[in-house]
Design a protein around this ligand. Structure first.
Ligand SMILES: *[C@@H]1O[C@H](CO)[C@@H](O)[C@H](O)[C@H]1NC(C)=O
Ligand SMILES: *[C@@H]1O[C@H](CO)[C@@H](O)[C@H](O)[C@H]1NC(C)=O
Length: 199
């Protein structure tokens, strides 16, 4: 026979429940799921194959919540910006075609400045993220996106088009778009700026 006393949760048991079960449940419940990654990667403006490649290839991501994922991607993107900036500096705007040297130099200098600006955005972006200031965060991430568009517009006027830098800049754009979806569709409560296609 089940007595009333048997059904009671002892204080010690309750303590175990509060200390271990509740926090781990809270942790798991906020982690980014496979379904949510699918939602992010199939949104408008997202390069899906690239998005899946980045988000699935990194086992770390399975342990992150949305804020952690945004932080991971901001740092990942900053690494790409800084690597490409180094290449810009090494190339010094040089192309083998002497006639286009001065012309190229102008484009490379502009891109170098845009890249430096984009790299500077990371610190503010991380601060805004920590402060849950999603307007500020959006401004920084969109700023990087605009910098990359300005750079690729300019590079595409060169002959021949420097494909290496175009590709790198496009990857950085793609990352900005992924971060913006995370901010607008998952971190921010009012989903006004979340691209259509229902969650
Ligand atoms: C998507 O990203 C991949 C990998 O960076 C790239 O090869 C491809 O051109 C991109 N697609 C579009 C539509 O930008
Ligand atoms: C971007 O940075 C990440 C992290 O450092 C690196 O694994 C990836 O290969 C880089 N992508 C490109 C296109 O440089």
């Amino acid at each position: 026979m089940v007595t009333y006393a048997d059904n009671k949760i002892s204080p010690a048991c309750l303590l175990v429940l509060l200390l271990f079960v509740v926090p781990s449940y809270a942790m798991f419940s906020t982690m980014v799921t496979e379904d949510e990654i699918h939602t992010i990667c199939t949104k408008e403006d997202i390069n899906s194959s690239f998005c899946f490649e980045v988000l699935k290839a990194n086992p770390k991501i399975a342990r992150l919540d949305f804020s952690g994922l945004a932080k991971f991607l901001l740092n990942y993107q900053a690494q790409n910006i800084s690597d490409t900036l180094k290449q810009f500096k090494l190339s010094g705007g040089y192309t083998p075609d002497i006639d286009s040297y001065i012309f190229c130099d102008t484009q490379y200098r502009l891109c170098k400045e845009l890249y430096e600006n984009a790299l500077d955005n990371r610190e503010s972006a991380l601060k805004y993220l920590a402060a849950k200031d999603y307007d500020g965060l959006n401004t920084m991430v969109s700023g990087t996106l605009t910098d990359m568009f300005t750079c690729t517009d300019d590079l595409s006027t060169m002959k021949p088009v420097p494909q290496f830098f175009m590709t790198k800049s496009n990857v950085i754009k793609d990352l900005s778009n992924i971060i913006l979806v995370i901010v607008e569709c998952f971190l921010r409560k009012e989903k006004i700026l979340c691209p259509s296609r229902d969650l």
